[in-house]
Design a protein around this ligand. Structure first.
Ligand SMILES: *[C@@H]1O[C@H](CO)[C@@H](O)[C@H](O)[C@H]1NC(C)=O
Length: 271
């Protein structure tokens, strides 16, 4: 590579980094339903969503009474139409959920409480990808390093087995961002909840999952470093050992990604 090409490449990286940094701070946070919050609403929030333009990186805040509601994200308009929450993409139920819109396209949300949903507690938003606003960090999925896929429990799969089995299984693994976990099990007897806290993990508490998987053949991509917890929503199964705690390390970066990361830190210090 000539020096000129190198300098040009360097500037290109600088400019891209700057644009990524700028885009991070212009993301909008919308409170769903404004002062009404997330509740049964005439017209299924169409009026609320009208005139708003949702972009990748924006967030929705759902506020509601968690005693008889939740936010269930489903994959299609039909599920929304029939208030069918039987195979959700994700379930949030803290009562104050911040959902970041990470991908362009339609996103469908409803309450899994059938009566609430049929009286209008459902929302679909169209998220557009504005080319002048590149996808903000963290690194979008597509540029995550291609990782390995680990079948949880190896040939045993995801089953009640032995109380220490999944502990031992995960201790032997070195997981990195970009890797995936494959959970295989009988979906009539089990499921996989991703939960967020160590206390919830110890107590086998399934009440505030970050994500719910229940196809019986779930591939879960590890997109963030840190500790990740998975349990069965069946408390007795979880207590019998059907729970998994994994530590995910930072991705192994290629030289160009390392350079981008270094530049990002450099710029953010100067701002
Ligand atoms: C569903 O919502 C109604 C209020 O519309 C509430 O009375 C009921 O308890 C809720 N059901 C569940 C299962 O939370």
């Amino acid at each position: 590579m000539s020096t000129k090409t190198k300098i040009f490449g360097f500037m290109l990286v600088m400019i891209t980094t700057f644009m990524i940094l700028l885009s991070c701070c212009s993301a909008t946070v919308y409170k769903v339903g404004d002062s009404d919050g997330w509740t049964a609403k005439d017209g299924m929030y169409r009026e609320w969503a009208e005139g708003k333009e949702f972009h990748v990186g924006d967030s929705l805040v759902f506020e509601y009474d968690r005693n008889f509601n939740d936010v269930t994200q489903v994959s299609g308009a039909l599920e929304l139409e029939y208030c069918d929450s039987s195979s959700p993409k994700a379930v949030y139920n803290t009562g104050h959920d911040v959902v970041t819109l990470k991908e362009p396209g339609y996103h469908h949300f409803m309450s899994s409480n059938q009566s609430q949903c049929t009286s209008g507690q459902r929302l679909d938003v169209l998220v557009v990808h504005d080319p002048s606003r590149p996808i903000p960090p963290p690194l979008p999925r597509k540029i995550l390093p291609l990782g390995k896929t680990y079948k949880v429990g190896d040939s045993e799969g995801w089953n009640v087995y032995d109380s220490d089995f999944y502990n031992k299984w995960s201790e032997e693994k070195q997981l990195h961002v970009g890797d995936s976990l494959l959970f295989e099990y009988d979906n009539e007897a089990n499921d996989v909840l991703e939960i967020s806290g160590d206390l919830e993990f110890k107590a086998c508490d399934p009440t505030s999952p970050v994500a719910v998987h229940k196809t019986g053949h779930d591939l879960v991509r590890l997109t963030e470093p840190g500790v990740h917890y998975f349990i069965s929503s069946k408390t007795s199964h979880c207590e019998a050992g059907l729970k998994l705690r994994v530590v995910v390390n930072f991705p192994k970066l290629s030289p160009i990604n390392r350079l981008i990361r270094w530049l990002r830190t450099l710029i953010s210090i100067q701002i």
